[in-house]
Ligand binder design. Structure first.
Ligand code: DQQ
Length: 656
């Protein structure tokens, strides 16, 4: 097999460089940054103008909406027949959950999206396929110099269905090469879809890929696949085992309630591997079943469960891995229980479409896992991300000795809009996952360091006073592709004087960024237009309890993120631990239609999909705000980096 020339420059029709701002603010209250954009950034901007102009034309060709090539045309919803499209099956009929939004209630008429708006929604440094539908990350791993990402993919449409395994490789988790489909539904045992699975790397270098197949009869079975050529670092061709299916659902589990095997871990005392599979029982309890195997072909279902939680429904995409309590390094999945090792169990709750985790102890002899805090068990306690984030999976990266988390962030617009733009869904930026040795109660997630290689020009601001009820525009070159780090300090005297108890506060139900309290909300408005008709607020809110104690909430408000109405908009968030002496910090990655935010170093995360109509291209701005009634705040430090685009492109395979 010919290995492609990975160094040669290739035109990338699917990513964008930042655009310059159309006009500058001349408002005297705008704080100025201490750094000027670098010459490199200016060169990038010039390149960006040219690239985006070209891309607009390219995209008009691809997504032309029936208009003459090269001409910007408004879609006329009246001329479309969305009802036909909404009747397309999105999963439930095929034994898996609903995957995207059909008609969005109250959205009549549908918003007249233009090509220009839809083109802008494509991201610049998040992983997404060239076109069509993607959902769960599958089988992530590092192999012979390459990071591999497989993903649930529909090669034929921007809607869920016909599920195959897409495949891409990267040297650095930032820039990606699209490879041919790794597995397609071509056997009776996966004819209805090659569903989610995980990779296990054995010490001798072999790889076992165990995945769920939905059979011709929509029964969920587990299958084994392995690389056709283990010497190929790109692992392009895959063979399915002749022994498939290797695991059938146990008799007491429904045929469509049994899926998504984890990475296996080695148990030396048994000379065997173990893996977990998600299920639910007839009483609506979520379950992780534990299997043992010596050869990945014959499996024994171990007695009892790895874990189960009453009333949590079907557990999809279970993940199970060790974390170190004594160091900032990740652990291999086969590390095994020990004095400085805790275990994370994660389940994707099918009914809520949310990923819940808990930290606990694994008893290898009993084959059971127990949460540290029963009231924070899987499905009722902590979530990886309080926004649009689902079906996630981790892998251990032996090169950087870290555990890396991938998560699927779906669209929150209508299926009709997805069909118009020709694609749906992103993977979030890969995140390192660590046990939080400070709080001892949660994980810490942080974008992998490599993402910082995309940072270009930086603007820095410091000590910006935010009086009560203020909105302060930031003189940012443009704010569509940015990485922001901010640190806030609350006026101490206001903090001490405030006595108002606010026990009922909750991000989702308390009026969002417009709901004023004594000590919040305050933070940033991103992807905002000049008149603030569109804005997504990323903010903190301090709540005082009846005992006088303070708790801090971290929220993201999408309610004003777009003038379009055919979008699901929510206020997301949760409480976040803040230790004595800590200031309030947030990092925000803004990439066109996605905003990923990390509070307090990654103790709480929120991902939003947003679809502005005015805050696009050069019209996208950023602001600071303080909507508290009793306390002024200071943005002690604010750093905003423009982000370059990642390279995501296919390569051609030479003859064998
Ligand atoms: N997606 C796959 C299933 C999994 C679900 C099907 C989670 O294996 O349970 O596309 O989104």
């Amino acid at each position: 097999m010919d290995v492609p020339d990975l160094e040669s420059p290739i035109f990338i029709p699917y990513s964008y460089h930042p655009l310059p701002q159309v006009e500058d603010y001349d408002d005297s209250i705008i704080p100025t940054s201490s750094n000027k954009p670098s010459r490199r950034a200016l060169r990038l901007v010039l390149f960006g103008i040219t690239t985006v102009t070209l891309l607009g034309l390219v995209s008009l060709f691809y997504h032309g909406g029936g208009g003459p090539q090269g001409e910007l045309e408004f879609f006329d919803p009246a001329k479309e027949t969305p009802v036909d499209r909404w009747t397309v099956s999105r999963g439930t009929a095929e034994g898996v959950s609903e995957k995207s939004n059909g008609p969005i209630l109250g959205a009549t008429p549908v918003y007249p999206w233009t090509n220009v708006m839809l083109v802008w929604q494509r991201t610049a440094f998040h992983f997404q396929p060239q076109e069509n539908w993607m959902n769960d990350p599958n089988g992530p791993m590092y192999y012979k110099g390459w990071y591999h990402l497989f993903y649930q993919y529909n090669p034929e449409s921007a809607l869920w269905g016909n599920i195959t395994w897409g495949h891409a490789v990267s040297r650095d988790l930032v820039h990606w090469f699209y490879l041919p489909l790794a597995m397609v539904p071509d056997q009776w045992y996966d004819a209805n879809g090659v569903w989610t699975g995980s990779a296990t790397l054995m010490p001798d270098g072999r790889i076992a890929m165990v995945y769920t197949g939905s059979t011709t009869q929509s029964v969920q079975v587990q299958n084994l696949a392995f690389p056709a050529d283990p010497d190929d670092p790109l692992l392009i061709r895959w063979n399915k085992s002749e022994s498939n299916p290797v695991i059938f659902p146990p008799p007491w589990v429904g045929p469509t309630d049994f899926r998504d095997p984890t990475t296996a871990w080695y148990v030396p005392t048994e000379s065997a591997w173990r893996l977990a599979i998600g299920a639910k029982d007839s009483e609506h309890n979520g379950i992780a079943l534990l299997y043992q195997t010596k050869d990945f072909i014959t499996y024994e279902l171990l007695p009892g469960f790895l874990h189960a939680v009453n009333g949590t429904g079907m557990w999809e995409c279970v993940d199970f891995y060790p974390v170190s309590t004594g160091s900032a390094l990740g652990l291999d999945t086969s590390t095994g229980p020990g004095p400085r090792v805790k275990y994370v169990l994660k389940a994707s709750l099918d009914e809520k479409k949310q990923d819940y985790y808990a930290i606990g102890t694994y008893d290898g002899e009993e084959g059971t896992w127990t949460p540290d805090e029963p009231e924070m068990d899987v499905g009722i306690g902590l979530r990886y991300d309080y926004g649009k984030f689902y079906a996630s999976k981790t892998f251990y990266d032996p090169v950087k000795e870290r555990r890396v988390l991938w998560g699927w962030t779906a669209e929150t617009d209508s299926e009709w809009a997805d069909l118009l733009k020709g694609w749906a869904s992103l993977q979030t930026i890969p995140r390192t996952v660590l046990y939080d040795d400070e709080t001892k109660s949660n994980l810490i997630q942080w974008p992998v360091d490599e993402v910082e290689s995309l940072r270009s020009s930086k603007q820095e601001f410091s000590n910006i006073k935010l009086s009560t009820g203020s909105v302060v525009p930031l003189d940012v070159t443009q704010a569509t592709q940015v990485d922001i780090e901010a640190e806030f300090e609350i006026d101490l005297s206001a903090l001490e004087q405030s006595v108002e108890a606010d026990v009922g506060y909750n991000c989702s139900t308390s009026g969002g960024a417009a709901g004023r309290g004594a000590l919040g909300p305050f933070g940033l408005l991103v992807l905002a237009d000049q008149d603030l008709k569109e804005q997504t607020a990323v903010y903190f809110y301090l709540r005082r309890g009846t005992d006088g104690g303070l708790s801090t909430f971290f929220c993201q408000d999408e309610m004003r993120s777009s003038l379009a109405n055919d979008i699901v908009k929510r206020v997301y968030g949760s409480s976040v631990p803040v230790l004595d002496g800590e200031s309030l910090t947030v990092r925000i990655l803004v990439d066109h239609s996605v905003i990923e935010s990390f509070a307090q170093g990654g103790r709480a995360c929120v991902t939003s999909r947003v679809y502005p109509t005015r805050a696009v291209y050069g019209g996208a701005r950023a602001f600071l705000f303080n909507n508290a009634t009793d306390a002024s705040m200071t943005a002690k430090s604010l750093k905003i980096w423009q982000m370059d685009s990642a390279f995501l492109h296919p390569y051609s395979i030479g003859p064998d």
